[in-house]
Ligand binder design. Sequence first.
Ligand code: PLP
Length: 386
Amino acid sequence: MESTLKRTWVEIDLDALAYNYRALRVQMGSHALLLGVVKADAYGHGAVQTARTLEELGAEYLAVSSVDEARELRLAGSKLPILQLGLTDVDQAGVILDNRITQTVWDEASAAAFSAAAVRWGKRMRVHIKLDTGMSRLGFPCGEDSAALEALCRACALPGLEVEGIFTHFAASDDLDGDSRAFTLLQHRRFDAMLRRLEDRGVTFRLRHCANSGAVVNYPEFAYDMFRPGIVLYGVGPLARRLNLRPLMALKTVVGAVRELSPGETVSYGRTFRAERPSRVGVLPIGYADGLHRTLSNRWRMWTSQGSAPIVGRVCMDMCMVDLTDLPDIRTGDIVEVYGPHNPVDEAAGLAGTISYELTCSVSKRVPRIYYRNGREVQRELLLRG
Ligand SMILES: *Cc1c(COP(=O)(O)O)cnc(C)c1O
């Protein structure tokens, strides 16, 4: 059962989560509630453990992207309210009600459908209204015309719905260039104006929220009643760096074998790397099926206790090779860090032409996770159980 742990694994530092949580509380002031975004298995960090830790720390709300993600948290004993942010078919209404999930309604049709379903079940569904202020994804239109206002008033008056909250999502709050700043301020103005117009009609909300990680860092004054950090909780990306947050994830593997190459010999599929000198090459049991993107071939480097070992040749499905020629003390069995505190995933993301979100989310299900708290291992999640 422990065999997968000798291959490739991910260590999750729950103390770093506690540190980040406290820093974000300070950043946003004491009045606003904290909703921890744990969708996509907590961006690859493990939703159950992340949510449990956030709950113990005092978070007030959680958010996920599907009914199944919410159910996973309920089955694991989570008591916090959970906002389901994503598109949901109305045939899930029973599951939403049974699991006390807060559902997002994103237009008049979705509001009417969930209202009718709740009435049929003889229950009230707790919902948050989403406004589209410029993301062009989900949300009621937010125009200055009366049609937009009337649609919202009708939705809020539907039977079977307990309209607890209202929110919007920013498209460019993480960027501080002039254009992005102007657009974020415009989105905020639209949100705020619609809240006022609704208030004038007697429609108010207990939880108004708009701040994702970008706004938490760049516009903490947009806190309203609650803020919704995702990536900064996990301590990766440029926003987390600006607040000196700590990464939770360390993806690790071992040197599985070492081979000597003569000048002219080539490495891996397509022969994209050719040894220029007598070389020592380490073979590592991690590949793109573990979440190491193939676009990092010949680009990324592994951290070792003796220095960096660049990936040479193409990343394969289950293995990749690194150049150990300048690290003569690194041997079979030595541990290397793929991403983590010594080897920032942000830099790998830059080289792969993507963002750190995508790399942490893509650590695959066959990679076991080990959780640490107070510096001690508290849980292992292995692919093969029992
Ligand atoms: C994913 C998501 C968030 C969190 O975004 P981060 O950039 O990770 O902070 C917040 N709100 C909504 C609606 C989201 O979909």
